[in-house]
Design a protein around this ligand. Sequence first.
Ligand code: UDP
Length: 238
Amino acid sequence: MVSEPKYRRVLLKLSGEALMGPKDFGLDSETVDRITDEIIAVHEMGVQVSLVIGAGNIFRGVSQAAESIERTSADYIGMLATVMNALAVQSMLESKGVETRVQSAIPMATVCEPYIRRRAVRHMERGRLVIFAGGTGNPFFTTDTAAALRAVETGCDGLLKGTQVDGVYSADPKIVADAERYDSLSYQDVISRDLKVMDTSAIALARENDLPILVFSIHTPGAFAQIVNGGGKYTIIQ
Ligand code: UDP
């Protein structure tokens, strides 16, 4: 008997940094190639997959590059940059035969679809992978919050956050050698201990809607598929 995946509809949040590979900026095609293979492995299991991709590899509203730009404009630039990443990942996925749609929170009729919740769900039901771009469409938010929002709106049974490390730690394990790794945390733990995993608005939204967040390393081959099947290494926030 073939076992059923544990999760039927998931949203994968990737930071822009995840697409950068060894580079300092932008996209690394080898890395995008590898990550899209990981995504396709889950899609081929019959799991409905959607993506939210950040833009830290291109532009962040709060950064040195944005110093002289008024905050809301800087945030709009960041949101537009997420559309660039979405189109790049869409292109790579489609070249591998996966049907996809990009939906942007900021309507951009000649580039991609606008975000329409019911339409996004329909795409997923038809086996299309949906990439939500443009963040929430609002300044002062992040793509983490966009990921939690879209996951709740579209009825995902898990929000998976693919990061540079294999879970949530008490401090950055790349800097603090004896940082403690957690297998499981409550939403409240993350907020009260100020753990740098997702911003508070994303955690609060997940908590209010009982959306589990699973944090794992996007660089561990097969990790995304293992987790969707109920195994693998991750920190669960629930
Ligand atoms: N952004 C925004 N509203 C949103 C999502 C993103 O203003 O709903 C802007 C913000 O300036 C942010 C940038 O887009 O710095 C890139 O997103 P994020 O920092 O979340 O990217 P990541 O860190 O995941 O690569």
